[in-house]
Design a protein around this ligand. Structure first.
Ligand code: PLP
Length: 402
């Protein structure tokens, strides 16, 4: 069997695994070593010259980290990958590798808050400008491109509104301008959406989310289609010191082995919860790519092989309802993050997005009663019961206030 032709679950379970290279170990060993001895001066010279593949020093590369990179590169269909200490290290590495002073980037909104902060707060210091286009206005991406634009950066589904960006239109805009399209694929993950197959050049992930999936690691990765991009990204990651730790790589690799099963179970739960939420009093609307009521349902069907496990919904009672709901969940944890085996809930207007001015929040669709629910792999009846009693608490608090 050729590696490239293996099925999805086979790639998930065998990706990066080479027992013969590690005394038969079926779990890639943790090479917890900062440096690697060269058998000879000649071999040391040839490793530094890039003529021999052996390891040199962990910041530059490490066998455990390489196994993880091989696995994720295969899942996304890229030529290779660079694993990083966090998801934000992956995002910053890509932007720093491909942009320089005087360049311009077109970015969709909303995106993960710190990704936007990186551009607004830091890249502007180096003379890099940005134009923001609404995720739902994919046609507007091409219009925002200027002669000095060097990248289109999108996130789909977008955090926290679960709006989608049309990847085909984004890829056409990038191709038209001869610039790379970068996609943050954290929300969907490689099981449900493979941007490189849909015209993107680079994919970034916070592996903290579904790839690792167990709420015990922060980690990131960049996958590229073009070896030239990959080399530039690796050089920045090594030079800026974004390298992940070998033990961290091993934990993520272990998490990935069950990715298919976890994503399917969480998605099955999310489908049921989203349909149920839509019928509940006190819920103004539900946004989930698996519901026909999602304004971009057709696009979801076209570019995703499944709607995933993150649901956004709006409470009629606004900020106060959100606060009461957060204080009323019991099994579901009040915590940020998503894509894990455990269900998590958060209220953007009072938490993750409170720092954004109200008019800007409104522009990005982050409404006062918006709740982000990351559905996990628990028994669906227990998730529903917990939401039911939390919604009842919201209704009771509203009665008292009246
Ligand atoms: C969490 C997240 C990130 C950042 O990842 P960290 O691992 O927390 O650094 C980037 N993009 C998206 C969409 C995320 O959800």
């Amino acid at each position: 069997m050729k590696k490239g032709s293996a099925g999805r679950d086979t790639k998930i379970i065998h990706g990066g695994l080479d027992p013969a290279a590690h005394r038969g170990a079926m779990s890639v060993p943790i090479y917890q070593s900062s440096t690697f001895a060269f058998p000879s001066a000649e071999e040391g010279a040839s490793r530094f010259a890039g003529e021999s593949a052996g390891p040199i020093y962990t910041r530059l590369g490490n066998p455990t980290i390489q196994a993880l990179e091989t696995c994720v590169a295969e899942l996304e269909g890229g030529c290779g990958a660079v694993a990083t200490a966090t998801g934000m290290a992956a995002v910053s590495t890509v932007l720093l590798a491909l942009l320089r002073g005087g360049d311009h980037v077109v970015m969709t909104h909303p995106v993960y808050g710190p990704s936007r902060g990186l551009v607004d707060k830091y890249l502007t210091r180096f003379g890099i400008a940005a134009t923001y286009v609404a995720a739902t206005d994919s046609v507007g991406l091409a219009d925002a491109v200027r002669p000095e634009t060097r990248m289109i950066y999108i996130e789909t589904p977008a955090n926290p509104t679960v709006d989608l960006v049309d990847m085909e239109l984004a890829a056409a805009a990038a191709r038209g301008a001869g610039i790379p399209l970068v996609v943050d694929n954290t929300f969907a993950g490689p099981i449900l959406q493979r941007p490189l197959e849909q015209g993107a050049d680079i994919v970034v992930h916070s592996m903290t989310k579904s790839l690792n999936g167990h709420a015990d690691v922060v980690a990131g990765i960049v996958v590229a289609r073009d070896p030239k991009h990959l080399a530039a990204i690796r050089d920045v990651s090594i030079t800026f010191g974004c390298t992940m730790d070998p033990h961290q790589a091993w934990l993520v690799l272990r998490g990935i082995r069950t990715l298919g099963m976890r994503v399917e179970k969480a998605q099955q739960n999310a489908r049921a919860i989203a349909a149920w939420l839509e019928k509940q009093a006190g819920v103004a609307w539900v946004r989930y790519p698996g519901l026909e009521s999602h304004p971009q349902y057709e696009l979801a069907m076209r570019q995703m092989s499944g709607p995933g496990s993150v649901i956004a919904f709006e409470l009629d009672g606004g900020v106060e309802a959100g606060r009461v709901m957060m204080n009323s969940v019991s099994m579901i944890a009040l915590a940020v993050s998503l894509g894990g085996v455990e269900s998590l809930i958060e209220h953007p207007a009072s938490m993750t997005h409170k720092g954004i001015p109200l008019h800007e929040r409104r522009r990005q669709g982050i409404t006062p009663g918006l709740v982000r629910l990351a559905v996990g792999c628990e028994d669906v009846g227990d998730i529903r019961l917990d939401l039911e009693q939390a919604l009842a608490a919201v209704a009771a608090a509203e009665m008292v206030a009246k």
